[in-house]
Design a protein around this ligand. Structure first.
Ligand code: GRF
Length: 211
C-alpha cells in the first residue's frame, strides 16, 4: 500500500508535528509528510521540518494583503503547494489562521484539526483556560474534520483529561498535550487505513481495533 501523503499546516512550536514525525518513524502510522506549510516564518514547526529533511514552506500572508479577499487568496496559494506535493490529507497542527472554503472544499473529509478541549465545549482560543475558568472537572482534546464552522466539524477521536484542584493552565495544557500527541497519530492512521466514514455529524470508525 502506498503511504498516505500528509501536508501539515502549523504556525507555532510544532509539538504535534513532532509527534506525527515520531509515529511515522516508529511505523505506527502508514503515512509520509509531503510538506509542512507555515504562515509564520519563525515557527519552530518549520525548523523541525527542515531538521528532519522535510519540505518546509513559508507562505507570507502579506503577499495577499492587497487582494479583494486576502484570506481566500492566501488559501489558494496554500492549495497550490498542497497540489504540487500531491497531498492527500491535510492536518492542522497549531495553525493559527482561519481556513476558508477554497481550501476546505478542496479537502473535504481530508482535512483534520486538533483542539485542546472536548468539543463542542470551549472552542476557539485558550480552550484550556476556558475549561478551568468554567470550573469543568474534565477536559481533554479532540481531533475533528475541518468544516466551515470553526472547531465544529465531525469528531474523529477525543481523549479526556481530569482537571485537578491544583492545576494551572500550564499544567493542564501539558497533560492535554500528552493526549494530543497520542490521538493525532491514531486519527491519521485510521484515515490511512480507510476506516473513517462520515455520516451527517458522525464519524463512524469501521473496525476500530484496540484503543
Ligand atoms: C495544540 O494545543 C493544539 O491542540 C492547538 O494548538 C496547539 C498546538 O501545539 N490547536 P503545537 O504547535 O502542536 O505544539
Amino acid at each position: 500500500m502506498p503511504l498516505v501523503r500528509i501536508g501539515v499546516l502549523a504556525s507555532g512550536r510544532g509539538s504535534n508535528l513532532q509527534a506525527i514525525i515520531a509515529a511515522i518513524q516508529a511505523r505506527t502510522i502508514e503515512a509520509s509528510i509531503a510538506v509542512v506549510i507555515s504562515n509564520n516564518q519563525h515557527s519552530v514547526a518549520l525548523d523541525r521540518a527542515r531538521h528532519h529533511g522535510l519540505e518546509g514552506v513559508y507562505i507570507d500572508p502579506r503577499a495577499c494583503a492587497q487582494e479583494p479577499d486576502p484570506h481566500q487568496a492566501y488559501d489558494r496559494k496554500i492549495l497550490q503547494v498542497l497540489e504540487k506535493f500531491d497531498v492527500q490529507l491535510v492536518t492542522l497542527a497549531g495553525y493559527m489562521k482561519i481556513v476558508t472554503p477554497a481550501l476546505i472544499q478542496a479537502y473535504q473529509w481530508r482535512m483534520m484539526n486538533i483542539h485542546p478541549s472536548l468539543l463542542p465545549a470551549f472552542p476557539r482560543l485558550n480552550a484550556q483556560k476556558q475549561a478551568m475558568e468554567w470550573g469543568a472537572k474534565i477536559s481533554g482534546c479532540t481531533v475533528h474534520f475541518v468544516t466551515e464552522g470553526v472547531d465544529e466539524g465531525p469528531i474523529i477521536i477525543q481523549a479526556s483529561v481530569p482537571i485537578q484542584e491544583e492545576d494551572t493552565v500550564e499544567t493542564l495544557s501539558a497533560r492535554i498535550l500528552e493526549q494530543e500527541h497520542r490521538v493525532y497519530p491514531q486519527a491519521i492512521q485510521l484515515f490511512a487505513e480507510g476506516k473513517l466514514s462520515v455520516e451527517g455529524r458522525r464519524v463512524r470508525i469501521i473496525d476500530p481495533g484496540p484503543n
